[in-house]
Design a binder for this molecule. Structure first.
Ligand code: C2O
Ligand code: CU
Length: 461
């Protein structure tokens, strides 16, 4: 397979395809990795379910690259419906961002698409369909750009890929949410509905429930690097190491000053890299407890010879709300330079449970894109007036969390920030990737119901 015309056209960032490959130490004639989208059957608590998947010819789900590699992918859509795959957390040229009607046309049924750009930034990223509600049918997979330091550390790496699962088709879930519920208070102050408006049947970690979990063999007393990805459509989790302490070293793939943790809040679309040392003798369950539910999922790290006993799916009590408390303690390894904002964009997060309508007016206007000019330091000032949390994601950029409820902080570098109810959060980014970018709440149903906007660069054709 040679570089296709589309790749050459959209190779991006001012670099020709050959230059991207040469920089990655690959010849121009190097072939891309093929990623295929089709369906497969998984087993959920003993029952078969047909869902989507995105995989390589050898069956590997998703893609793992090394720092310095080119992201060189040939995507095949074997479905009988259109799709579009977004590379979440990458700073690719906008035309390769995989958002239908924003970055380009979707990939038609039976069609293909080609991608070529420098695989930056490094770290734990992921990929998922951005077309309709396909993400709820598990069209998602890991995308890991292994940091040179992680490779050189020689640590075993374990990916924990979290998804929420329902036997109800997503279109029906959405229709149920939108159906007027007469007993429901407006503005989301109905208690039960604030945390979780979709009642899932299962939570998956690496496509399994705790009935039959993924058990990973590890070396006793050796450190393991967990790459935890919340690929669920509308479920926030608390990652729980029980009595063990781990070290949080990256959030959304971006390094933070090491933080000792037993629990890590993980909103929809966020990632956490946690180092854990598993002593010999007993397995270490890495659990993910679903916010507002009495359910958990997880993977089990098993040192040689350790007995694995069954861990219940049900927890004793409902898991409390995911908060921003730990966010205040995160310090980035590489913060943005200190600089006043050239532009502050107010983004209100609004909604009505009646009719399930969610919006994100920009400068008070629904339908207005956020704007930036190349070279500016931009701040997005979120104010959530609703009773629900919104995991807000900007494509094609990373941002720094700089303010929470009026308190200025030197916060983490992320691509997704949870804006909790009645809270103000401000993030800052460098407008260094011109294009038209999706900017939205990563709760799939909120996005589908209107909490979607764009970032448009001024003067950009
Ligand atoms: Cu995970 Cu619009 O993205
Ligand atoms: Cu939302």
């Amino acid at each position: 397979m040679t570089v296709t015309r589309r790749s050459l056209l959209v190779g991006g960032a001012g670099l020709a395809a050959g230059a991207i490959l040469a920089r990655a130490g690959r010849a121009e004639a190097a072939s891309p990795t093929t990623l295929t989208i089709d369906t497969r059957q998984i087993d959920v608590n003993g029952k078969p379910a047909t869902r989507y998947r995105v995989f390589q010819p050898d069956g590997t789900m998703g893609l793992t690259l090394n720092e310095g590699d080119a992201f060189f992918v040939h995507l095949e859509n074997k479905l009988d419906v259109p799709t579009d795959v977004h590379w979440h957390g990458m700073t690719e040229p906008w035309r390769q961002d995989g958002v239908p009607y924003v970055s380009g046309d979707p990939v038609p049924a039976g069609g293909t698409a080609d991608y070529l750009f420098p695989a930056t930034p490094t770290g734990t990223r992921w990929m998922h369909s951005h077309f309709g509600l396909q993400e709820q049918n598990l069209l998602a997979a890991p995308l890991i750009i292994r940091e040179t330091a992680a490779i050189e550390s020689g640590l075993q790496e374990v990916v924990m890929f979290l998804e929420d699962f329902s036997w109800t088709p997503p279109e029906e879930i959405f229709a149920n949410l939108r159906a007027a519920k007469p007993d429901m208070a407006p503005e989301g102050d109905n208690k039960g509905l604030d945390l979780d408006d979709v009642i899932y049947d299962a939570f998956l970690a690496n496509e399994r429930t705790l009935e039959d979990p993924d058990i990973v063999d590890v070396e006793a007393n050796a450190e393991v690097r967990l790459r935890i990805i919340n690929a669920s459509t509308s479920s926030n989790f608390w990652i729980n190491l029980g009595d063990h302490q781990g070290t949080l070293v990256a959030v959304d793939g971006n390094p933070v000053e090491p933080l000792r943790v037993r629990r890590v809040p993980l909103a929809v679309a966020q990632r956490a890299d946690v180092l854990v040392r598993v002593p010999g003798g007993a397995p270490l369950p890495v659990l993910a407890l679903a916010e507002g539910r009495a359910m958990q999922t997880g993977v089990i790290l098993r040192p040689a010879g350790a007995e694995v006993s069954k861990i219940p799916t049900r927890t004793g009590a409902e898991t409390p709300r995911v908060t921003l408390e730990q966010e205040l303690n995160l310090v980035p390894k590489v913060p943005l330079s200190r600089k006043p904002a050239d532009r502050v964009v107010p983004v209100d997060l609004t909604g009505k449970m009646m009719g399930y309508i969610w919006n994100m007016p920009i400068h008070g206007l629904v339908g207005m894109p956020a704007q930036a000019a190349r070279g500016e330091r931009v701040e997005l000032a979120f104010e959530n007036t609703t009773g629900m949390s919104h995991p807000m994601h900007l494509h094609g950029h990373v941002f720094q969390v700089v303010e929470i409820d009026g308190k200025r902080i030197n916060g983490a570098i992320r691509d997704t920030i949870l804006v909790t109810p009645k809270t103000k959060v401000t993030v800052a980014f460098e407008a260094d990737n011109p294009g038209l970018w999706a900017f939205h709440c990563h709760n799939l149903y909120h996005m589908a119901a209107g909490m979607f906007s764009t970032l448009a660069y001024r003067g950009f054709a």
